[in-house]
Design a protein around this ligand. Sequence first.
Ligand code: IDP
Ligand code: MG
Length: 223
Amino acid sequence: MKSLERSFVIIKPDGTVRRRIGALVIKALLERGYRVRAFKEMRVTRRLAEMHYAVHSEKPFFSWLVDFITSAPVLVLIFQAENVIQGIRDALGSTFVQKAEPSTLRGKYGIWAGVNIAHASDASETASEEIRLWTSEGGVVESDDAGSNALDYIERYAVGDTDFTMEIRSIVRDAIEERDTSETILESLTDLLRKDANGIENQEIEALARVIHEFVLEEIEKQ
Ligand code: IDP
Ligand code: MG
């Protein structure tokens, strides 16, 4: 008998603030035939973020990563299917947006480097640990209506043609190339992120823009 696996997925703030993009990512995962066992929009506390990314706590990007994942709401999903863990990793593509194939979800919708749309478990042990953590610390629960909640989200947001991914990438790329550290960059990022941010607080949109801007400034500093 083939065994069912679970994968723990987070649509990160860049995919939740950009409502249509997040809905398209979830739609693409559902089209792979995966069943949704949990679906929850939530704000992540620093404590939960630090626990979730504990394996990266010694990395230089750790505090940036915690700032990123706590900047604005996320969508948390648990998917269940055969080989769902590898399947979702394949669908997402490489960690760094510029390295991800254009056909993958990160390649299509990721913004820059680690601002890459989604987290997905990398093995069955980590999936179990993540599900345990987010159940106890994040109030995530599996339920039979998770699938219909995900479909409702898609129906509501995967409409129209709003996609500012390329514009946002250009702003980031040009700023780094031109070593532009001005606040104008931050304002442009905020304006573009706001365009499809239904129900997201202004201060959260601004926090997400600041995190992306922070990355731009660090890249310029490194040059
Ligand atoms: P994964 O999400 O593809 O499993 P990991 O190596 O586990 O990738 O890293 C976790 C997350 O940390 C990435 O998705 C990305 O958002 C961020 N990240 C990883 N490496 C870097 C880096 O060098 N700079 C900035 N962020 C990074
Ligand atoms: Mg990982």
